[in-house]
Design a protein around this ligand. Structure first.
Ligand code: FNR
Length: 374
């Protein structure tokens, strides 16, 4: 099902789109995307941190031709951003990841598929066509299962593995708990597991996605609170794909990431959904950039809402960013067309912001054009 026949007047503002999303879907799924953990102080700080920095633009540079692209680990990011891994997208629209993948393909935006996708990583890949894709891995307690997912991702043309490391346990999301809402327990994140030969071999029965035994097994194996840095060697020994860590906030962990041969770091606090009270991504970025010294790429998410945010993140040391909640609001409002709308606006905003900062190429953006508010 798509909403392509439905004529929707999309607003050109993320706040208004968020409002529309809240009116388009049920309270449970809307709260699931919209809320954060605890008092939601980190959720708010992620956005307000961008307001603590001002761009000081340059003038009279020829900006008639512009290139907002960047290359990361062999992948071209045409507008210096990719789609963040977001699980269980079928709770927002029946087409879920298939809709967002098709929208990403339409705009040539790289896509990161979540372990908890509502469609299998193979189905998501098929809807991406030739668009670059990375796979986000929740490194399961069951090592063989984790490695099996990596192998499937390789076979389906994913060109990097993003291991999310800020999810030893699920964050304390008070609003979801109050609503009694858990997409996982509804079976919405089961697809990758049910397509996995190792997972299937662990089950005795003929499984379906909302079978309580299947869900129980997934909940049991999905996260792995005992993971350590040494476990990274296992994955490095089993794949030639670049491995990035998503959820790095401390500069000493950035140093360790380099030491353990990680190919990239994603500065992220999971959109304020994990540890409430933790540092905002933008605030964490400069000291991480200082440690990384350009040795591996740095990406950033959590709070990216507009084009000037991309300029600010680039200026403070990120090579590219990930777009999260905004595309989900588009998905909730209008499926593939809704995501296309968000991507189109965001790409335009990035282009305008680059020109008005006074640069013709994103690669030229550096710390000389950014200043912290007094
Ligand atoms: C996420 N995020 C996430 N991250 C991840 O590594 N695997 C996942 O399955 C999910 N799932 C997920 C679901 C929903 C509904 C949201 C909102 C987020 C985190 C995501 O990749 C990204 O870090 C945040 O969305 C960034 O914050 P903002 O910019 O969206 O506020």
């Amino acid at each position: 099902m798509t909403n392509s026949i439905l004529k929707i007047d999309y607003p050109h503002s993320i706040q208004l789109l968020e409002q529309m999303a809240s009116e388009s879907i049920e309270k449970g799924p809307f709260t699931y995307v919209n809320s954060g953990s605890g008092a939601e102080s980190t959720l708010r700080a992620n956005v307000s941190a961008f307001e603590d920095w001002h761009i000081v633009p340059r003038v009279l540079n020829d900006v008639s031709k512009r290139d907002a692209s960047t290359q990361i680990l062999g992948t071209t990011f045409p507008s210096s951003f990719a789609i963040a891994p977001v699980g269980v997208q079928s709770i927002f629209h029946p087409d879920g990841e298939l809709a967002s993948a098709r929208a990403a393909a339409h705009h040539d935006v790289p896509f990161i598929a979540s372990t908890l996708s509502s469609y299998s990583l193979e189905e998501v890949a098929a809807n991406l066509g030739n668009t670059p894709r990375w796979f986000q891995l929740y490194w399961s307690k069951d090592v063989e299962l984790a490695l099996s997912m990596v192998k499937r991702a390789e076979e389906a043309g994913y060109s990097a593995i993003v291991i999310t490391v800020d999810t030893a346990l699920l964050g304390n999301r008070e609003r979801d708990l109050t609503n009694g809402y858990s997409p996982l327990k509804l079976g919405k994140g089961s697809a990758n597991y049910l397509h996995d030969p190792v997972f299937l071999s662990r089950l005795g029965s003929n499984p379906s996605s909302d079978d309580p035994d299947v869900i129980g097994k997934i909940v049991d194996v999905i996260f792995n609170p005992s993971l350590t840095w040494d476990d990274l060697r296992t994955i490095k020994n089993h794949t030639n794909l670049p491995v990035l860590l998503k959820g790095v906030l401390h500069e000493e962990d950035a140093r360790k990431a380099l030491h353990y041969g990680v190919d990239g770091v994603i500065v992220s606090n999971h959109g304020g959904r994990q540890l409430d009270g933790c540092i905002s991504s933008l605030e964490a970025l400069p000291s991480i950039a200082e440690v990384i010294q350009g040795k591996v790429p740095i990406l950033l998410d959590s709070g990216i809402r507009r084009g000037s945010d991309v300029i600010k993140a680039k200026a403070l040391g990120a090579n590219a960013v990930l777009l999260g909640r905004p595309f989900v609001y588009g998905l909730a409002v209008g499926g593939e067309q809704g995501v296309r709308h968000v991507l189109k606006d965001f790409i335009h905003d990035i282009d305008v912001s680059l020109a008005l900062t006074g640069f013709s190429s994103m690669i030229q953006v550096d710390q000389s054009i950014i200043r912290k508010k007094n």
